[in-house]
Design a protein around this ligand. Structure first.
Ligand code: HAM
Length: 396
């Protein structure tokens, strides 16, 4: 159901589904960034029987870019996906070693209006699920040069802070100064609060692009907050980044989903210079948020008909197939059960009607259609009239 909702949102905006492999060459995922935990600590990598160094995918963006570089579809290339990912993390509520994502990516467009479209599609997905406790946080990491100057400024600032930072954050500083901003440790908070912000380093081009994104979101009435210290766990981001945060989850797991621009990634994977943007939404966390908000997005589809066959089961084979071929959700009992047992199953299935057939009906070329709602009479109709009759009932 959740996947269907996401597929509807994405496909109605012109995105086609892509399936990428669960296992790829380690080099594909190494491009996520060797300063990230995802690459250095969390990868499930191994040598296969041909001595290839491969890994279970920790996310899908790198695979989508690898696929673009390999097959060279005509840009703009708009794709959506759903699937499992693997990261060797410490399991806790909302953080698992195998988890599912739905997401989308667009390659080949630089326009800030596309950033707005992508963010709006994520927003629309949560709206259709019925979640209300979702906050959109955005930031821009600037052009690569802006980002590089900012990282150097941060390095200097945090290095001077000394004991103002925890030992873990001082370690992070050696690898990636930006990630220090992501520390949730209380001791680090005052130092991080006074750190320089990326906005001070934007080139005119980066500032314009980010202003365009914000103007578009305002036009669509999508509420958002600019958080200049927002950074993301993966290294490939440039310019716009964003997160959908759920306020019912623990703070370390509050990101329901996130994404951003990764304009250099296709090139790093051997393709032509190609801008890219997308997001991935954590299915497991989204379901936790649905539980927390009491949103029952997973209501099972009701059956239209349950076929009760007292001739031994052969009639049910044909009738169930005919119903399904005509677009009705239909089920039946197996193992030649008694009429009473089959009616019990029909009741439990939640079907709107039972379609009953016994030897008398076979002889007369009829079936009995019994609405499961109390107080509505059953009707005997010609076998050939079953589909039009059910269509009529549906329209009532
Ligand atoms: P990410 O922030 O690493 O981004 O993951 C996106 C979402 O996946 C997170 O917000 C979270 O909901 C979920 N998630 C991540 N790790 C876990 C885990 N261990 N257990 C449960 N849920 C988890 C990416 O993966 C990027 N590929 C997003 C993107 C697409 N950027 C551009 N395009």
């Amino acid at each position: 159901m959740l996947h269907n909702i996401f597929a509807n949102v994405a496909e109605s905006a012109g995105y086609g589904e892509i399936k990428t492999p669960l296992i790829e060459d380690l080099g594909v995922f190494a491009r996520i960034g060797d300063a990230t935990d995802v690459v250095t600590k969390e990868m499930y990598d191994f040598h296969d029987k041909g001595e290839r160094h491969v890994a279970l995918r920790p996310e899908l963006t790198a695979s989508v870019c690898r696929s673009f570089a390999q097959h060279r579809p005509t840009p703009p290339w708009k794709v959506w996906y759903a699937g499992s990912n693997f990261r060797y993390e410490k399991p806790q509520r909302g953080r698992y070693r195998q988890f599912d994502q739905v997401g989308l990516e667009v390659l080949g467009v630089d326009d800030p209006d596309l950033d707005v479209e992508v963010i709006a599609l994520g927003w629309e997905f949560y709206r259709r699920l019925g979640l209300t406790e979702v906050n959109l946080i955005i930031n821009s990491l600037g052009e690569p040069d802006d980002r590089a100057r900012y990282v150097e400024a941060l390095r200097g600032y945090f290095a001077a802070a000394g004991e103002g930072l925890t030992e873990q954050s001082r370690e992070t500083l050696q690898r990636n100064p930006l990630r220090v901003l992501d520390s949730k440790r209380e001791h680090d908070a005052p130092c991080i609060a006074s750190a320089p912000t990326i906005a001070e380093f934007y080139s005119a081009e980066a500032a314009d692009h980010f202003a365009g994104v914000q103007a578009g979101l305002r036009m669509l009435g999508i509420p958002f907050k600019v958080e200049t210290k927002l950074v993301r766990g993966l290294d490939y981001y440039r310019r716009t980044i964003f997160e959908f945060q759920g306020s019912t989850l623990d703070s370390a797991q509050k990101a329901l989903g996130g994404g951003g621009r990764y304009d250099g990634l296709v090139e790093a994977l051997g393709g032509p210079a190609t801008p890219g943007i997308g997001f991935a939404l954590g299915v497991d966390r989204t379901l936790l948020a649905c539980d927390d908000e009491g949103v029952f997005c997973l209501e099972p589809r009701r059956l239209d008909a349950f076929v009760v066959d007292t001739t031994g089961g052969v009639e049910a084979v044909a009738i169930t197939a005919e119903l399904r071929a005509n677009g009705f959700a239909a089920d039946r009992a197996f193992d030649g059960r008694s009429m009473k047992a089959q009616m019990k199953l029909a009741n439990r299935s939640g079907a709107s009607v039972a379609v009953i057939i016994g030897s008398d009906e076979v002889e007369a070329g009829t079936v009995v259609v019994k609405p499961m709602e109390a107080g509505i009479d059953q009707q005997t109709i010609l076998r050939n009239d079953l589909i039009p009759h059910l269509n009529e009932l549906k329209d009532q």
